[in-house]
Design a protein around this ligand. Structure first.
Ligand SMILES: [Zn+2]
Ligand SMILES: [Zn+2]
Length: 345
């Protein structure tokens, strides 16, 4: 990364010296501009935050009541020391944004995490033209290709229905922020009642407050211990899988896991769940290339996951791409958050 560019990489994160702010810093700084509320992008301890208004309640849950948070809507522009800063939908989770930074004719876009596939729980990805595009590459290998979402929901629905017929509960593990809500928004609500783990319930309530359509859910911790869960769907973060005591209350049940990693046989085995559903909130290989092409950037900086592989492919195809070592970790981090919040079973 050039030392004299509008955005540089420091030990605290991506820095705009001219505007005196960081985008998704991983060490405490004065001013943080955040793309979205996942753990590897939203750290506590910064003095001031600017977050997308569309995900304000999620940021508040992550950052705590005492955090000094300002919000800005998609498409609006803040000016910091003459530098223009705006948020544009990234289609990843509720309120997720790309950050556009402009000064003296130089334009950067930092993608945060994104996907192009339709998702009824958040605004769709908006291509933003720039000269310098910082993109994630969580699933940046040609083997990663997602099937249409409807197909995955058909699979989840028939799994749930079959379990119900067999007198079992269905326990689906999904990241507490984003994936859980996407699952609940997309499944067939007529099949049976839906129960939630505490970490999921809290974030789902924030989705409702932002006006996203969610089915009626019951927090597992609020029901009497002898409750019969036969035929119901239980939505829990992946970390709950390790808690045998928490799972025991559901009696006879089948387990499922919703994640892009479920495409990999080894990951499915490692998870030891009955069913893996390939549902990701990140771009697959064709989506990554499409997003990169639509930015029409001179330079592409690639971070998260398979950065080196994406850079090699872009360079071989005549594009100027550079790998960027950040501390964003992609899909796996989203599990870390759930674990932190597990105090509320
Ligand atoms: Zn994310
Ligand atoms: Zn990420």
């Amino acid at each position: 990364m050039r030392k004299d560019g509008l955005i540089t990489l420091t030990s605290s994160g991506l820095f705009c010296e001219k505007g005196d702010f960081y985008v998704d810093p991983w060490k405490p700084v004065k001013r943080a501009v955040l793309t979205h509320a996942h753990a590897d992008h939203t750290y506590r301890g910064n003095e001031h935050y600017l977050v997308p208004a569309e995900g304000e309640r999620l940021s508040r849950i992550r950052l705590g009541d005492e955090a000094d948070i300002s919000t800005q809507k998609y498409g609006e522009t803040a000016v910091m020391n003459g530098v223009k800063v705006s948020f544009h939908p990234a289609g990843h989770v509720l309120g997720s944004s790309q950050v556009r930074v402009e000064y003296g004719g130089e334009i950067w876009v930092i993608s945060g995490d994104y996907k192009l596939m339709p998702d009824a729980t958040c605004a769709p990805f908006e291509p933003v033209k720039c000269q310098h595009f910082v993109t994630e590459a969580t699933f940046g290998l040609p083997i990663y290709r997602w099937q249409p979402t409807e197909f995955i929901f058909d699979e989840i629905n028939s799994w749930w229905r079959r379990n119900r017929e067999k007198g079992k509960a269905s326990v689906i593990f999904a990241y507490s922020l984003g994936k859980s809500q996407r699952v609940m928004n997309g499944i067939d609500r007529a099949i049976g009642p839906i129960f939630t783990h505490g970490a999921v319930e809290r974030l789902t309530q924030a989705y409702r407050e932002h006006g996203v359509d969610m089915p009626t859910t019951t927090y597992v911790g609020s029901v009497e211990s002898k409750k019969d869960f036969v035929g119901s769907l239980v939505v829990a973060p992946p970390s709950a899988q390790q808690s045998v005591g928490w799972l025991r209350r559901f009696g006879s049940h089948s387990t499922g896991f919703a994640s892009g990693w479920m495409m990999v046989r080894g990951a499915r085995r490692q998870r030891a769940v009955d069913r893996g559903f390939v549902l990701s909130d990140h771009a697959d290989w064709p989506e990554l290339l499409q997003a990169i092409a639509s930015a029409e950037a001179e330079t592409i900086y690639v971070t998260h996951g398979f950065g080196e592989e994406v850079v090699r492919w872009l360079n071989e195809n005549g594009q100027n791409a550079v790998p960027l070592k950040t501390q964003f970790v992609g899909d796996v981090a989203e599990e870390g958050i759930a674990a932190n919040e597990e105090g509320v079973s």
